[in-house]
Design a binder for this molecule. Structure first.
Ligand code: AMP
Ligand code: ZN
Length: 114
């Protein structure tokens, strides 16, 4: 737990969130500023600063986050079309430096992203 980390505070329950899923090692909750009709985040409870800090030690955990993202996407009715995004670094728009998997769906999305 990093005391000044927003997502550590959400993971510990100190700050509320619209939770979709929780277990011992991860949490999923709706993004407070949704960029699509469905937009939620999957985070580990463990503090990892971003995808660039993931090593083999965390590989299984990150794989489980992806698996859970798909499960929740199917529950929300976007299983046939969803986008996973992980930003690493302020240069590409990372604003919260606790790794999070964006899951977006429910509208057409072009590629490449703008
Ligand atoms: P990123 O730009 O990849 O770091 O994404 C951070 C995301 O966290 C943004 O999409 C924000 O809208 C979202 N966010 C920030 N604060 C909260 C919060 N308290 N609850 C839910 N989502 C949040
Ligand atoms: Zn954190």
């Amino acid at each position: 737990m990093s005391s000044d980390c927003l997502f550590c505070k959400i993971a510990s329950g100190a700050i509320p969130a619209a939770k979709l899923y929780e277990d011992d090692e991860m949490l999923a909750f709706r993004d407070i500023s949704p960029q699509a009709p469905q937009h939620f985040l999957v985070i580990p409870k463990q503090h990892i600063s971003g995808p660039g800090a993931v090593t083999a030690t965390e590989a299984e955990l990150v794989g489980k986050m992806v698996a859970r993202a798909g499960e929740i996407a199917r529950e929300l009715g976007i299983g046939e079309g969803f986008r996973l995004v992980m930003n690493n670094g302020a240069a590409v728009g990372q604003t919260v430096f606790h790794i999070h998997l964006h899951v977006l769906g429910g509208r057409p999305m072009g590629w490449p992203p703008g």
